[in-house]
Each structure stands twice: as C-alpha cells, then as structure tokens.
Design a protein around this ligand. Structure first.
Ligand SMILES: [Zn+2]
Length: 199
C-alpha cells in the first residue's frame, strides 16, 4: 500500500476526497484503515459559487440526461414527490435575452440555468409548476421515482426561444406550443375565417 494518497478530485463539479495508504495514515495520523472515500463534499448540481441553499437540486435526486433526438435533454427525478411538495429551488445567471436554456422571471429578465431548470421538458399536462418570483419548483401531481420533470413552457414564457409541435400525449395537448403572449397559428386562421370577407 504505497501508492495511494490523499486525493482531492474534481468530478462533474463534485469535490471528492479519497484517503488511502497505511503509510499516509501513519504519517498524517488519520485513523482510516483502508482506502475509502471519506468525504463527498458537494452533491449539488449547481456549482459551489451559487451558494449552499439546501433546496438546490442534488445529484442523488435528479439527473440531466439526453432523452432522444426530438426532445434533447431532460431532467429525471430519481426520487418520488407528493403533489404540493417543493421539488427544488432554482438558480442561474439573470440575463436580459431569451436563450435556449432560459426561463422568464419578468418582462425583461430571464434565468439562464444550464445545470438544471433550463432542461425541463414541456408537457401540456405538466407535473411541476415554477414560481419564478421565489425560484421554487412545486410538484403539481404525485411524481414517481425515475420520471421526467415536465413543465408547461407557457406558464413562464411570454415568447418561446423556439415554437414547436408537441407530442406530450396528454388529453389536453395544445399541439403547437407557443409562449403565452404569442399568437397561436390556429387563432390567425380563425381570425381570417371570421373576418369581413368570410361567408
Ligand atoms: Zn402537448
């Protein structure tokens, strides 16, 4: 047991200390009988610079993964939540423009979160609701472990980064997803049909 050392490793934003070597233990006085991970300091999805809000998402509870070519990335909850339960708190950079991974805070401010909330998938029958004033995510349905977290993009967004055809499969699927202040193409057709030249 000559090769191990006290290792401070960074892996996916997580700081891991590994202690090994009986020699090291003798020399340092650490009472640790064999190589073992003794401390996993950070398990947050957000970098340490975001602060240590205990409601920030942990990598033991959530995983950002690529779902498929159509949907891109999504966030899976590894644990279950009851309806009404706080799921997590959000954080990120406040920016003034709409980007691919932003969520709207108010008329002129957007949260750019490339670690967690910026990857929520859309559903017309979502399982989470976002409170952008308090930066809190709440379960609006019971959520089973290993489910994707889904939000309704029109809940927060006035204008989408990109409108898209929805295939969420819910009964009330709107089919074409826009921001809440964008005109749905269906309304334009209706307006034309009801205009002065109609009938
Ligand atoms: Zn839908």
């Amino acid at each position: 047991m000559q090769y191990q050392a006290l290792v401070l490793a960074m892996w996916n934003n997580h700081m891991i200390w590994v202690l090994g070597s009986s020699r090291l233990i003798r020399e340092t006085g650490f009472d640790c009988p064999r190589p073992v991970v003794i401390w996993r300091k950070l398990t947050m999805l957000y970098p340490a610079s975001f602060g240590d809000n205990p409601l920030y998402p942990k990598d033991t509870d959530f995983r950002v993964i690529r779902k498929d070519d159509t949907n891109g990335f999504g966030v899976i909850s590894l644990r279950s939540f009851k309806r009404g339960e706080i799921v997590a708190a959000m954080a990120g950079e406040r920016v003034s423009d709409i980007r691919q991974h932003t969520l709207q805070i108010d008329d002129n401010t957007h949260l750019h979160d490339t670690y967690f909330s910026g990857y929520f998938l859309h559903s017309c029958s979502p399982n989470i609701s976002l409170d952008m004033r308090n930066m809190l995510i709440t379960a609006v349905k019971d959520i089973a472990a290993n489910s994707y977290l889904t939000m309704d993009y029109a809940e927060t967004e006035q204008v989408l980064f990109r409108q898209f055809a929805c295939a969420c499969g819910s009964e009330n699927c709107r089919g074409w997803i826009t921001g809440n202040q964008e005109i749905h193409p269906g309304f334009i057709q209706e307006a034309i049909a009801c205009g002065p030249d109609a009938a």
